[in-house]
Design a protein around this ligand. Sequence first.
Ligand code: ADP
Length: 307
Amino acid sequence: MADDALIIESLRKTYAGGTEALKGISLTVPRGDFFALLGPNGAGKSTLIGIATGLVTKSGGRLVVDGIDADDAPERARRHVGVVPQGLNIDWFGKVLDTVVNQAGYYGISRAQALPRAKKLLTDLGLGDKMHVTARELSGGMQRRLMIARALIHEPTILFLDEPTAGVDVELRRGMWEYLRTLTKDGVTILLTTHYLEEAEQLAGHVAIINKGTIIEQGRMAEVLAKLSTEDLILEVEAPAVGGAIAALAGFRPLAAEGGVQITLDGSRNVTDAVKALDAKGIAVRTARSKSGRLEELFLRLTQDTK
Ligand code: ADP
């Protein structure tokens, strides 16, 4: 088995109308990882999932699923992949158990084999007592869990979840996270797209931030967060003290700024350390104001850019 569940190289997609949804992106998802693809609306997330699951034709680049090049063996690559799309695309009048069992047929899995598997999946997903009701009788959160069960019936090694918790209330969301975590412990690789930063922070081992068809950051969640969680602060001091303040704050990447000095804080240095360093030189800080924030703010900025 390949070490990487998914390798994407220079992937491009230009839609018929000329929209360049993916401008040559590359990423690698290690086996058993929980990978978050984060980005505002229109960034290209669904397009990427569409290509990985064979629903969208790529314009260029390479996709390797579980060591299988999707150009060489598209059907075989697809068998390793499960997908929970963004919209609810279930047969509203179908019974919950049938919905999952019937899906197995698309993969040539016999009913006898699918039935116990489906029951286990539904039970694990908290739908054990709903197997014989129709899908339309389920709550929104339950419908989404039904879609997860359906996506797992052929035992894919990589699961794509496009905004899995959109419209799901907070309590159910946490329950779903728990379940997804157990899947990754069993060696399933999960790639999810999300708008919810909290979700990405809680779940993901690795993250890629995509905007306008380009990946702007990627790496281990903790590292990307640390990078983005540096904070620029403006410390206001008396104008004649600016030179002295810059000298006193040498470790804080100081810059002269309107009304004082701009410094950069990271996990190892906080504002109290800066104020103390100034105090030691007899320089008083009038106020401190934040110049930039962290992931949440970066994301807001991206969203505004895209509008
Ligand atoms: P996201 O999932 O991040 O919101 P999408 O992949 O859906 O982003 O969309 C990326 C870009 O491609 C957007 O500009 C969108 O309008 C465009 N797009 C998506 N699907 C199609 C399509 N079927 N035909 C033409 N353009 C599309």
